[in-house]
Ligand binder design. Sequence first.
Ligand SMILES: [Zn+2]
Length: 205
Amino acid sequence: MPNFETHIAVGALTSALAVATGSAVFGWDNASSSLAFLAGLSGSMIPDLDSDTSKPLRLSGAVVGLGFAAATVGFVTSNGKFLNRPWPPVGAALAAIGAFFLFNSIFVTILKRRTSHRGLFHSLAVPFLYAGLWAVFVSNMGGRTVMAVWFLGLLGVFSHLILDAGKSLAFNPLKIATDDLGASTRLWLLTALVNFLAFTRMTLP
Ligand SMILES: [Zn+2]
């Protein structure tokens, strides 16, 4: 199977080409282009979150851990009666380290337990779910940015699935569902909901 480096390289190349085309043809500004590139590049790693040993899993575990650590520092250093805030620097640092390891291991454990490699994470709903989440995330930045980010997100995940499909006939990453029809249905419903939210909140330029 294509490894992590191959997926990143193809994802980066595809995203760069698409962003160059988007800014030339549709006049995407720098912010839209950078966000779209980020969405495309990260998208090329998303499907392998289902692999228990994958770099994307460890990488996103670290990002989630860091996010919670930063939020914890923000909380314990703010003023407030609850938990006697603000905390001194040493206490805040210890709390941050604790939050990092706690949320890192929760995230990694859940993904390891709840996913099987090349199951639903390698199916057609995932590019649309991923792109839709990005679109919701940037929805207050205007229609042009939403479209750029949505499109690149879609393209990034597809670059991964197509690369996998080209290398192996043993499984089909471009499938609509798996044997677990309940989980497949929930995934598509969530995907539809997220995309509906993204596009109804979007204001056209
Ligand atoms: Zn894969």
